[in-house]
Design a protein around this ligand. Structure first.
Ligand SMILES: Cc1ncc(COP(=O)(O)O)c(C=O)c1O
Length: 382
């Protein structure tokens, strides 16, 4: 049998040498010796799974978000899946979400047995609340907004619809740490807010990790069981659950980086503002509307571009790691065939996927590099 390919090592190395890069992890963890020292201590103590560092991490997240509860889990995907499960969503239910997201949002819905029902996005790349109501059926149980690229959805409108139709709201806030909508933290509007700490997120660990925030005592209790086999203690299994524990090692890394999260967020916002300023004069580039009701934290800096694919090739050739998040909408993925969607169903999303380009916006990009990116884009269109 032919061995299946792990495509990730090749994907990592393909753009690793580009001088203006999306990846900044070497700089991010230049002080790794401090983290290793703490991991060394963990090796002496040995509480690797859900150790006291996880408790400390959860306390830090409660403080950061103002949520009553925070629960560390294995990944952002698990955060969404477990939140849906804890809300009672399963076989035969429908969950309304965006077709413009990473596959994990949809995979998490499908893993519960529920059906993902898509609604189109607006020009800000997020779910358009005005398009939600026609997608509600007798089977709809939840709305799952995604705060794409770190821009919070219009949560007031979404919560109103959810209230009127008795639906739960589970937020995919995997891009949304420190983002705000009308002064309230992204991830704290719905029943649960789900966050990822995957290596290229704004708060990242050395592998996979995620967390959930909730104000509901009942959901919290269920999540604490679900993430650890449903065990109330060593010998009592209250509900059959899963293994989705945040590793103590990852909690150590996260606690270390949390001390810098405000500086990270500020640098990304400043970088995005500079990009906006220098790209605004290029007529082939469309910057999405910048919403005054939100603090956007720019996990990604995404604009629309004419002749996107050619521009991406040109930038890559010139040492700039331009990426596309993502070229194929969720409803047109091969995995979604069973749901019967077709091209043309969500025109704004489809137009967006054909034209978006992401430029490196992380905290280590310099002003000079941003200006170089703009110069190269101008050169391409000249
Ligand atoms: C929008 C979105 N949702 C969910 C996830 C899943 O997070 P994780 O990779 O931690 O499982 C990701 C990221 O990778 C994401 O970008």
């Amino acid at each position: 049998m032919k061995k299946e390919r792990n495509y990730l090592p090749e994907q990592y190395s393909r753009t690793a040498g580009l001088p203006i890069n999306h990846n900044y992890l070497r700089q991010q963890f230049a002080d790794y010796a401090k983290i290793l020292k703490k991991i060394g201590r963990l090796a002496q103590e040995g509480d690797y799974t859900l150790g006291k560092q996880v408790d400390e991490f959860e306390a830090n997240i409660r403080k950061l978000t103002g949520s009553r509860h925070a629960i560390g889990v294995g990944s952002g995907t698990d955060a969404i899946f477990l939140s849906l499960k804890a809300s009672g969503i399963g076989n035969g239910d429908e969950v309304i979400t965006t077709p413009y997201t990473f596959v994990a949002t949809i995979g998490a819905i499908v893993a519960t047995g529920a059906k993902p029902v898509f609604a189109d996005i607006g020009e800000d790349y997020n779910l358009d609340p005005a398009l939600l109501v026609p997608r509600i059926s007798a089977r709809t149980k939840a709305i799952l907004p995604v705060h794409w690229s770190g821009l919070p959805c219009r949560m007031d409108a979404i919560l109103n619809i959810a209230r009127q139709h008795h639906l739960s709201v589970i937020e995919d806030s995997c891009h949304g740490i420190r983002a705000y909508f009308k002064g309230k933290a992204a991830g704290t509007f719905g029943l649960c807010g789900c966050f990822s700490m995957h290596p290229l997120k704004n708060l990242n660990v050395w592998g996979d990790g995620g967390y959930i925030v909730t104000d509901s005592d009942e959901i919290y209790k269920r999540l604490m069981l679900l993430r650890n086999h449903g065990l109330a203690d060593r010998n009592e299994c209250r509900i059959f659950g899963y293994n989705s524990r945040l590793d103590s090692i990852q909690a150590i890394v996260a606690n270390h980086l949390l001390q810098k999260i405000d500086a990270i967020t500020k640098a990304r916002i400043d970088n995005a503002r500079l990009y906006d300023e220098v790209l605004r004069e290029i007529k082939q580039i469309i910057i999405p509307p910048r919403r005054p009701d939100a603090v956007q934290v720019y996990h990604l800096y995404i604009v629309r571009a004419e002749r996107r694919d050619e521009l991406q090739k040109y930038l890559l050739k010139n040492g700039i790691d331009a990426k596309v998040h993502y070229p194929v909408p969720m409803h047109l993925q091969p995995a979604a065939k069973i749901y019967g969607y077709k091209a043309g169903d969500f025109p704004v999303c489809e137009r967006t996927c054909k034209s978006v380009i992401s430029l490196p916006v992380h905290e280590f990009i310099t002003e000079k590099q941003i200006k170089t990116v703009a110069k190269k884009i101008k050169e391409f269109y000249a």
